[in-house]
Design a protein around this ligand. Structure first.
Ligand code: ZN
Length: 283
């Protein structure tokens, strides 16, 4: 669930709170989320955190001594900063960074999947790491012109190509629905089939949806960063409810582990797209 706006607000809050703070110790309890072994995790002990920032949907902690801790929260991870240390029995903890003043930065992961990961890298290796080296340009605040960018990636539906981090970085299953609804484009329109007006409308919708979410989070999100962020979604997972723009009942297509929501009137010329879950039930 954490996508560009959720990761950006996390990085901003942590940057404000942790810049200059000294790491006392770091550990990875339970399932080891650490994907690297050199330098070892204890290399950050005794060193100051120089800043926290976002790249795509990743968080980067820059640590004194030219070290960088790169984290991906995947679908159910959170980075949270607490005033006190966690019980080691907290089964959601994947990484604990204990600060010398008693605070604790925790990477926690909810649900059954264990997918969130962390890498400790030398700063010089960071941009070459495959997680960052393969990222497309950020979807916010200033994405490139989309006609050419999406055109290069062939006949893929917008709903898929906009979530491909190698094409454009930061958008996932929630915000793609909001962006396409705002742009009044069908999720199944092909990425290489946008005219100039479609492409500029889509780009504007991307900037306004992601930027609007971030403005919302600036008002409501405080440390330690809540388990569940109050995502200001108007369409995603709201199928069955009236479209906030035209009042038509929002529809959805269900996939194995996610759902795509849309407004038939605004996006698909009134057509209801085939819902695979429904058609499977009818077989
Ligand atoms: Zn509508």
């Amino acid at each position: 669930m954490p996508e560009l706006p959720e990761v950006e607000i996390t990085a901003r809050r942590l940057d404000d709170a942790l810049r200059g703070a000294v790491v006392e110790s770091a550990l990875t309890p339970g399932i080891n989320a650490l994907r690297t072994f050199d330098p070892p995790l204890h290399a950050i002990e005794g060193r100051a955190i120089e800043g926290v920032r976002r790249r795509g949907k990743h968080v980067v902690l820059d640590v004194e001594g030219d070290l960088a801790l790169l984290a991906h929260l995947m679908s159910a991870g959170r980075l949270q900063l607490f005033d006190k240390r966690a019980s080691l029995r907290d089964r959601t903890s994947r990484l604990l960074v204990r600060i010398a003043d008693g605070r604790e930065l925790r990477l926690r992961e909810f649900g059954t999947r264990q997918a969130a990961w962390v890498k400790l890298l030398h700063a010089a290796e960071l941009e070459a790491d495959e997680a960052l080296a393969t990222l497309g340009p950020d979807a916010w605040p200033d994405p490139p012109a989309l006609g050419e960018l999406l055109g290069e990636h062939g006949a893929r539906p917008l709903h898929a190509v906009l979530r491909d981090q190698r094409v454009i970085a930061g958008i996932g299953r929630s915000w793609v629905d909001e962006i396409l609804w705002t742009a009044r484009l069908s999720p199944f329109k092909r990425g290489d089939d946008l005219d100039d007006e479609d492409a500029s409308t889509l780009r504007a919708a991307m900037v306004s949806c992601l930027g609007g979410a971030l403005e919302h989070y600036e008002r409501v999100v405080t440390l330690p960063i809540p388990d569940k962020l109050p995502m200001p979604l108007l369409v995603h997972r709201r199928h069955g409810e009236p479209c906030p723009s035209c009042g038509t009942t929002l529809e959805a297509v269900h996939y194995e582990d996610y759902v795509m929501s849309y407004c038939p009137t605004d996006q698909t010329e009134g057509r209801i797209l085939k819902d695979r879950r429904l058609s499977r039930l009818l077989k």
